[in-house]
Write a protein that binds this ligand. Sequence first.
Ligand SMILES: [Zn+2]
Length: 195
Amino acid sequence: MRQGVSGSVVTAVGLSAMLMSCSSAAPHAAAPPPGPAVAVEPLSIGAGAVDTTGGSIPDGQLISPFDVKNPAVEFLEPALLKAIQDAATAAAAEGVDVLLTSGWRSKGFQQRLFDQAVTTYGNADLAAQFVASPEKSMHVFGKAVDVGPVVADQWMIANGSRFGLCQIYANEIWHFELAVDATGACPPLRPNAAG
Ligand SMILES: [Zn+2]
């Protein structure tokens, strides 16, 4: 099969299929449960409109931090990219696959995630505990990664500081940023993205 030749081609085909199926689906799906903010329903937008999909990774898909052709990885800050790649290499040596459910996100994509969270949680203040606004999200600046699966989150919580990587929010075991201090220690957990 031609489309099986390249992983990125398969991804693009899968995403466009998802976009088409979602934009043509009449009933509105139920709100997704709280969790990694990747369960998005793509909107159909006109060409030249705000980029609401940049950095999006299809729901349930995990990508390698070495997949630098994927914008979610490509546009990470270089220091963070190197740190998560080094961590993934060390984890792999211990039999743990450190993968990403999200990395860099365009401002428009983050806005869409935030808007969806407002719909899900009922108001912006509550939504902000789960999804940062485009002005505050470190994902938009290429300074945050969401790691999966859970075993990888646990490995990162235990070992990430060796690479400068810290869990930031108590309610997001998957979200890591470069955050160690001069002694290599991670800062105290903040309760959530609004805290
Ligand atoms: Zn995150």
